[in-house]
Design a protein around this ligand. Structure first.
Ligand code: UT7
Length: 333
């Protein structure tokens, strides 16, 4: 058999920079509540959300992703031409193709990178980050740009009582590059397609196009089903990610779970008995649930609050439509 070469593997990979974009318009619970017969009090009590951001017409998916990426690249000290791959986690590409990642790369002036979208919903960013880390460690890529960006308002029905109050828009990005230490524990990921209906669309675009349904598809969520699944399954997933990384909860500097509902975060933190020294991300308060963007936005916010210690381990957790989930210990930049 002819031997073929592989790229020389690296000692490690790490996160080098983080960026965020939050749309200008802040939307209060009071603005959302009348259309769904709800209240600021109910939304705060059941989710922890006080406000979210909605993108204006000028705040496109590509534009928000570019803005977050510019900040991440600047912190990393990496020029666009050094980026070898762009991974874009999103479920709100307004068209089925082409993917958003090549457009984002082009706007950033990254010449001909590998670029594709990752369709793992709220787990998408952690899926993409883990993939990028392995690409860098394996030696096939030097620098990777990983983005989670959503315009959830494009797929929301603001009269749907089960989902209108939860979601928001925004974008977060991270740059991954070589390191002389290991900045990523093994990813623990999985899916359960038998529960694909738990978070889905009201119909397909094809049903709308053929006239079978009169309204364009929007998001629908069986909230209590997802809530119970997340609370019962994610504790084990987090435990596995800690064991895989060879650390204990007390060693963590931060816990950055998908910002789906503060009560889900509370249940996981309680079940795992995290000590007070672990900073727990609660960005949902001001950003709502931005799907693939929650994890980078929440870590960005923790750092802005001075609660994310550089060089210490953070546990990232994503979970949502699919159903999909992913957890990974990372070293904070
Ligand atoms: O990001 C993707 C992953 N998504 C998630 O992880 C979301 C997980 N699910 C959730 O966060 C929660 O299920 C929701 C926040 C969506 C809903 O909260 P819940 O505590 O599960 O509410 P529920 O649907 O069980 O309803 C409880 C009560 C009901 O009233 P009764 O029967 O107890 O009198 C509902 O009619 O709350 C009522 N209710 C509302 N009241 C005001 C349901 N929706 C609303 C609403 N405003 N929007």
């Amino acid at each position: 058999m002819i031997k073929i070469k592989s790229a020389p593997a690296r000692a490690g990979a790490r996160i080098l920079g983080i960026g965020a974009y939050r749309p200008d318009r802040i939307v209060s619970n009071d603005e959302i509540a009348p259309a769904i017969d709800s209240s600021d009090e109910w939304i705060q009590q059941r989710t922890g959300i006080t406000e979210r951001r909605f993108a204006g017409e000028h705040e496109t998916l590509v534009g928000m992703a570019v803005s977050a990426s510019v900040e991440a690249l600047a912190e990393a000290g990496i020029k666009p031409e050094q980026v070898g791959i762009v991974l874009m986690a999103t479920l709100t590409n307004p068209v089925q193709f082409p993917a958003v990642a090549p457009q984002v790369a082009s706007e950033l002036g990254i010449p001909n990178p590998g670029a594709y979208d990752v369709g793992a919903a709220c787990a998408g960013f952690v899926y993409a980050l883990a993939t990028a880390a392995d690409m860098v460690k394996s030696g096939s890529i030097e620098y990777a740009l990983v983005i989670g960006a959503e315009r959830m308002t494009d797929v929301l029905d603001l009269t749907d009582r089960g989902s209108a109050f939860i979601f928001g828009d925004g974008a977060g990005a991270m740059v991954v590059g070589p390191a002389d230490f290991n900045g990523f524990g093994p990813v623990v990921w999985g899916s359960d397609g038998s529960q694909s209906e738990a978070i889905s669309m009201t119909s397909s675009w094809f049903d709308f196009r053929s006239g079978k349904v009169k309204e364009p598809p929007t998001l629908r969520m069986q909230g209590p089903v997802v809530f119970r699944w997340a609370v019962s399954e994610m504790v084990g997933v987090v435990q596995k990610a800690l064991v895989a990384a060879g650390i204990e909860a007390k060693d963590l500097g931060a816990f950055v779970p998908h910002q789906a509902n503060n009560r889900i975060t509370d249940a996981i933190v309680k079940a795992l008995d995290f000590p007070d020294s672990v900073a727990v991300a609660r960005d949902i308060r001001n950003s709502g649930n931005t799907t693939a963007a929650t994890v980078p936005l929440a870590l960005h916010a923790l750092r802005a609050e001075g609660r994310a210690i550089s060089g210490s381990p953070a546990l990232l957790l994503g979970f949502g439509a699919g159903l999909t989930y992913a957890a990974q210990v990372v070293v904070m930049p």
